[in-house]
Design a protein. Sequence first.
Lengths: 353, 467
Amino acid sequence: MTGRHFLAIVAVVQGILLAALLMLIVLNRWFRLRRRARVHPRRVAVEGVMQRWALGQAALGVVLVQLARLPISLAVDALVTWSARVPGERWRQLAVALEREWWARIIRSNSRSGRWWKRLECARFLSIAATAGDTARVLKLLHDSHPAVHIAAVATLERLQSPALATAALERLPSLAPTVGAYYAAMLRRSRAVVVQLLLAKLRRTDDPALPRLAEFAARLREPVLREPLTALAEHRDAEVRVQVARGLGSFPHAASLAALTQLVADALWPVRAQAARSLGMLADPASLPRLRALLRDPDWWVRLRAGLALTRFGAAGRNALLEADVGPDPNARNMAHLVLGLSPQALAEFAA
Amino acid sequence: MNELIRGTDFVILVYFLVLNSFYALLLVLSIPEIWEQTRLADDEDFQRLMQSDALPPITILVPAHNEQRTIEASVTAILALHYRNYEVVVVNDGSKDETLEALRHAFDLYEIPRTYPETIPTKPLRALYRSRKRTKLTVLDKENGGKADSLNAAINASRFPLVIAVDADTLIEADALLRLTRPFLLGRQIAAVGGTVRVANGCVVKDGIVTEARVPRGFLAGVQVAEYLRAFMFGRLGWNRLGGNLIISGAFGLFRKDHLLAVGGYDATSTVEDLDLVVRLHRYLRRHKIRYEIPFIPDPVAWTEVPESLRVLGRQRERWQRGLVAAMWQYRGMLFNPRYGRVGLIAVPFYTFGEMVAPLVEVFGYAITVVGLSLGVVNVPFALLFVLVAWGYAMLLSLWAVVLEEVSFRRYGRFGDLARLVLFATLENFGYRQCAVWWRLRAFLSVWRRKHVWGVMTRKGFDPVTK
């Protein structure tokens, strides 16, 4: 075969492929329009009947009939959309009723599927329609290798109170990337009672490498019983734990918190000192004013900024401290006081957030 | 002489085969990638994410230079994004027009003192402003230092761990930020992530939002729609699977700030700062053995106005090519260097020998064919077939991008737009491609003369904001 023959064959194949692609574009558009024309009225019907059911004007059976008429993926979409709009008890009735539906049984069986998108669909469905009988299924999905699946599964905690699920999610929390960890934490807050008990035990294991993440989570919960174990970690050798404790104690107004923070503002590491200064501002105890004035002379810029901002939360006393520093002998304190005094209330509020 | 021409023709043929085989590989790899991305995009429960505090806070960096006509619409659209925790830092880069005044008037700015250290050195800052109307907005006014310098100034002023660079003439879709954070929410080790940039010319724009995607009727803008689709829909998607996206569009890319600071931010001397930054990021992360990914995800969309005149487009393409040449030269140590993994062994060689050298080879091929034909060395039917196959292949790639668009996002709802898109994808090879080759060739000449200019971009601007 010569080069010319080869090119001629390639040209013919290309021509066929070009024609096939054009056909594919047209057929795909036509097929999708047809499908849309078929499905759209059913979606509208589901929307209508869901609305009436949410208002108590339609029976649950009618909702189930309309949902069954939709393709499974669209039925799950509709359920996810409406789950946020319907009150808890009413939604639980729907979740229980869905257990008997054929299409819901198919979705549930997908928790064992080898295809991640099927498991994802199952996890999304269970996150809004799981019942106590689904605990084992959700547990399996929580340990799924595909991140989208276990992230969808953890949302089940929003609606299903289960110590087993909460424990599994909390065990996984420290090993997750920060953003995913934050999402898990948000979901775990719904199971507060179980989570607090677990945290009380975990925060006492001082050699646990997951301690910084657990301390961060404990601080976010703002549960009074967690103050004591958090305070006990103020002298922990891991700087990240001390940072989280320094940050978290600002949410626990107590003499022990103040004592721990007073110790933390003298830490060798600036991130610890900066967070401790911030927390002292949040507690705004007049006894900590001299400490914060001293921190305006800290060698680190961020610690000085945090101390300056903290002083603005002490009312007239804090403002006077800043005005004194503004004309004082220390150049660092002077500059920072000048900067903080020039901030608008809005800027201060944004820094506080 | 005859042997030389035949030999050269053979080399060009082999180059053509290798390059197009690589494009075919990208095309094949884009299929599972778009399938997975579409699934993930469809299955997202945005309401739940919006309500959670898991969303990482983001700083949006908006460099603006002489953008008085579009700045209000752009910033208004950015401030209307569906995202819980973000701030916008607009940098007026020594504009000679009324950009700062337009901002001051539209957002009721007031001056504040500077509250952050200058981590990356930049041109002097004149003033820092906040808005009384929009608490998320900060405006920096600085001396002119170019886009990279402005972005560095904005990075210095940013408060959040993720930053996204957005051109002031770019319109971001309301849920684009939320979608762009998906790889972070999936727990992957992301250093940067890029979204799709689409052509806004011809679209219906209301209050800085593209309300209806249209394909422009003009040839030049229309052809660029097909070109952008090809670059994003299968080029970058394919690179996801090869682990070496070298370009995160400067008009729409989300970066981890700590990595940006570690590499010293954008290079103010580069003419294509986005390519330069991503290559430097790869180099830094590989050298320090930090696990990372720099993926492209197709569903977050930003719309940009493309040039509609040959002169402006030529300048833009020349600059892009100049930047590519400069970057490939500057980072030549990465070429075929196993220390940089797939980036050094696949991506950098492809961009060097495929993208950078391609216009030289193409023109050389045309020239040698003409000489060969005039000397009777090259067979006429063979030459014609070769050109036909080369153009046919390019058409296939463009049409494939249209297919990927149609089976996934289908932004162009009207049949007329789809027909025009197919037409432009087909016609791109006749005239436009040759112009592009010429502009890219000129870039080599500019590099030779050490010319370093951006050129003035003329934009029509979008509709004004409805009050």
